[in-house]
Design a protein. Structure first.
Length: 227
């Protein structure tokens, strides 16, 4: 057996509870229960959830990896507020992944997954549930990214999707801000049609146009919020 010199005893901590607390706080942020700028009071969270402050502190550290919170001097952790700089940075990452994915030949299984996701998005748009529309929208784009065939890229995009969901939910004050007209669904239909036709150049252009239009919509919401 190879030498294992250098290993020493260490204490192990169970993180499952902290992860559950992180996921619960994430849900509250994404569904709007915790608004941007809201301080995350460790005592309050610990008492409400019936867990220790150490568990909450660990959960907040884990949550920081998603950039849904930020730390301020004398205030501690607070729910992040959408900014144009952060939006541009986030959408640059999204653009690189999605354009790259649709620029590759897509197999039948990937195309079927994208079509299924498009059908789900259309049903959500018909139902008019804002948050379901956001979820199904992001699921559609995640389906396109699966064309890379990489679990690592899928996992990375899933992290991006959490931040994207935060922006889309936080800035879509009403359905008119997010899925107001037929162009919203048509953008997704054009992306799917180009992928299904193996027209990679058109698919890439449609994704670029869709992302540019989404940024425009979100910038308009940020401008309105700052006015």
């Amino acid at each position: 057996m190879a030498s294992m010199q250098g290993l020493t005893k260490m204490s192990f901590q169970r993180v499952s509870t902290a992860e559950q607390v992180r996921d619960h706080i994430t849900t509250l942020i994404l569904d709007g229960s915790l608004k941007p700028g809201t301080p995350l009071r460790e005592n309050t969270i610990a008492t409400t959830l019936g867990v220790s402050r150490n568990t909450v502190r660990e959960a907040v550290l884990l949550l920081g990896q998603s950039r849904l919170i930020r730390h301020e001097m004398h205030r501690g952790a607070i729910v992040a507020e959408p900014t144009k700089d952060a939006l541009i940075n986030l959408y640059d990452a999204r653009r690189g992944l999605e354009v790259g994915a649709v620029s590759l030949p897509a197999g039948a299984e990937v195309i079927a997954g994208i079509k299924s996701a498009l059908d789900d998005l259309e049903r959500a748009a018909d139902d008019g549930d804002d948050r379901d529309i956001v979820a199904k929208d992001l699921a559609f784009h995640a389906a396109t990214v699966r064309n890379f065939g990489s679990e690592r890229i899928d996992a990375f995009y899933a992290q991006l999707a959490v931040e994207l969901s935060f922006y889309l939910n936080a800035l879509a004050a009403s359905r008119l801000d997010y899925a107001a007209d037929a162009s919203f669904l048509e953008e997704h239909r054009r992306i799917y049609a180009a992928i299904a036709a193996q027209d990679h150049a058109t698919a890439a252009r449609c994704v670029e146009d869709h992302i540019d239009e989404t940024i425009r919509r979100l910038h308009a919401r940020l401008d309105a919020a700052e006015a």
